[in-house]
Design a protein around this ligand. Structure first.
Ligand SMILES: NC(=O)c1ccc[n+]([C@@H]2O[C@H](COP(=O)([O-])OP(=O)(O)OC[C@H]3O[C@@H](n4cnc5c(N)ncnc54)[C@H](OP(=O)(O)O)[C@@H]3O)[C@@H](O)[C@H]2O)c1
Length: 339
């Protein structure tokens, strides 16, 4: 990549923002000027990028002057307010929040699945990054959908606390220490103890009894696959794991796929690593997925209760492929094709 551009990282001090800086540096993203933005709390702090210290500046309406690409991970309210301001100043925004994902004028993109949709960024100047749980599920299901057309997905998630941000990482760490020392655990980020516990509750509850996280998996899957007929039902669970989300996925397909055929399709799919050797006790693990970008897929089995069904166990790093890496991959395509 010979071109260089000016990049703003909005929410640079957060769990995703920090990972964004690491991924940009690792992938040698050609940055001319890097602008780190956050709230008043962080103004004046220094963050390291590529061995150099950069001062955090305030996210305000003048922060996007001269910026070509703005990578947002500062929460939905900030994205709702500032993506249009950044776009009006000439930046192309890649947004990690849920604010713009279901807007029909905003493409929702997983580069391994629907990179062609990036071409529609021009209506609002915004490209949305899907929910972390949706991204890894669709990276794994895309080759199976192409080969056999998935008609229904039943998914249960086991999601790491880093998906809630840096305060939740601290909460699990502190609660674990307190409880192991026989002291009571304070709950601030989650409504119940997360250490040594599982919470079947991610994001807010909706009128239909599902959580917003569960409905994100339903609606985002349909938008990204471009198929409103696909049945999706989800149960999303927070577990006491620091990094990487795990998912148990059951699919029904129009055409029969054997486990062996699925394994072969997945072995050749972009962004996937098959880890499926139970004889040697090898299957995807959160600790192995953390810190790298591939979506690990294993425990591939035919569902013996239906004619055309498969079960899979899918694991990926939620801060990397589920957020920062997916956003930087989108930014790389934007830079190559649209700047
Ligand atoms: N964690 C994940 O796995 C994940 C995955 C996909 C998408 N996301 C999305 O990414 C976003 C950030 O998540 P996170 O996990 O990184 O959260 P986090 O660790 O809590 O970080 C939040 C970031 O937002 C900034 N911020 C908060 N209020 C602000 C304000 N009023 N003005 C400017 N900046 C403000 C914070 O800056 P200060 O340091 O100044 O407070 C910090 O940089 C959320 O929208 C989340 O839904 C997260």
């Amino acid at each position: 990549m010979a071109k260089q551009c000016n990049v703003a990282v909005v929410g640079a001090t957060g769990a995703v923002g920090q990972q964004m800086l690491e991924v940009l540096a690792e992938r040698n993203f050609p940055i001319k000027e890097l602008r780190l933005l956050a709230s008043e709390r962080s103004v004046g702090k220094f963050l390291e990028y590529n061995g150099e210290q950069h001062m955090v500046q305030l996210l305000d309406k003048d922060a996007f002057e001269g910026i070509d690409i703005a990578l947002f991970s500062a929460g939905g309210a900030r994205s709702e307010e500032f993506c249009p301001i950044a776009a009006a100043a000439g930046a192309i925004c890649v947004d990690n929040s849920s604010a713009w994902r279901m807007d029909p004028e905003v493409p929702l993109v997983v580069p391994e699945v629907n990179p062609q949709d990036i071409a529609q960024y021009g209506k609002k100047g915004i490209i949305a990054n899907p929910n972390c749980s949706t991204i890894q599920m669709l990276v794994a299901l895309k080759p199976l959908h192409d080969a056999a057309k998935i008609t229904r997905i039943v998914v249960s998630t086991y999601q790491a606390v880093s998906g809630t941000g840096r305060n939740a990482i601290d909460e699990l760490r502190i609660q674990s220490g307190e409880l192991l020392n026989g002291r009571p655990a304070d709950c601030e980020v989650y409504p119940h103890q997360i250490a040594f516990n599982c919470l079947p509750h991610i994001d807010v509850f909706l009128d239909n009894g599902y959580t917003k996280e569960e409905m994100k998996m339903v609606n985002e899957t349909r938008k990204i696959f471009g198929d409103d007929s696909i049945g999706v039902t989800a149960t999303t669970v927070r577990v006491p794991v620091f990094y990487s989300h795990s998912e148990s996925i059951n699919i029904e397909t129009e055409k029969k796929l054997s486990a062996e055929q699925a394994r072969e399709l997945l072995a050749n799919a972009p962004g996937v690593r098959v880890v499926d050797d139970v004889a040697n006790l090898e299957y995807p693990l959160a600790v192995d997925a953390a810190g790298q970008d591939l979506t690990l897929v294993g425990r591939i089995r035919e569902d013996e209760s239906i004619a055309n069904g498969l079960n899979l166990w899918v694991v990926a790093d939620n801060l990397r492929k589920g957020a920062a890496t997916n956003a930087v991959q989108i930014a790389e395509i934007v830079l190559e094709k649209y700047l």
